[in-house]
Design a protein around this ligand. Structure first.
Ligand SMILES: [Zn+2]
Length: 125
């Protein structure tokens, strides 16, 4: 699952007057063929007045790790930071042991993603 796919399909960023909230979708099976989706608040940032003033100054560097959010059109460093936190939360996203690709837990079977499962020897589905 690419970052763009994750951002597009599984994450919503809601802008608040004084900050933002990041929601992650939590699909669940309601019948063998039907899923219901629920958006869970995963991260919230509210700025103090003084922070808002600093925030409006030009951003020089992002710092920290970069997941490449800018390529997905997200340049706000605080939103990038929040997204990193959310992507690192194992309740929502996991990195597949086999292919190393990050996926929503809904597409994971333990530590292996759904696209790798048929290739794991010894497992029968
Ligand atoms: Zn995989």
């Amino acid at each position: 699952m690419t970052l763009a796919e994750i951002l597009e399909g599984y994450i919503k960023i809601k802008t608040l007057k004084n900050g933002f909230e990041i929601y992650v979708v939590k699909p669940k099976w309601i019948s063998p063929h039907e899923t219901e989706t629920e958006w869970v608040l995963a991260y919230k940032k509210e700025y103090e007045a003084v922070e808002l003033r600093i925030k409006n100054m030009p951003v020089v560097s992002l710092g920290g790790r970069s997941y490449g959010f800018e390529r997905c059109g997200i340049s706000d460093p605080d939103i990038c930071y929040g997204l990193e936190k959310v992507l690192d939360r194992k309740a929502f996203f996991k990195t597949c042991d086999d292919c190393g690709v990050r996926s929503h837990t809904f597409h994971m079977e333990g530590r292996i993603c759904n696209s790798c499962i048929p290739e794991v020897p010894g497992l029968v589905y």
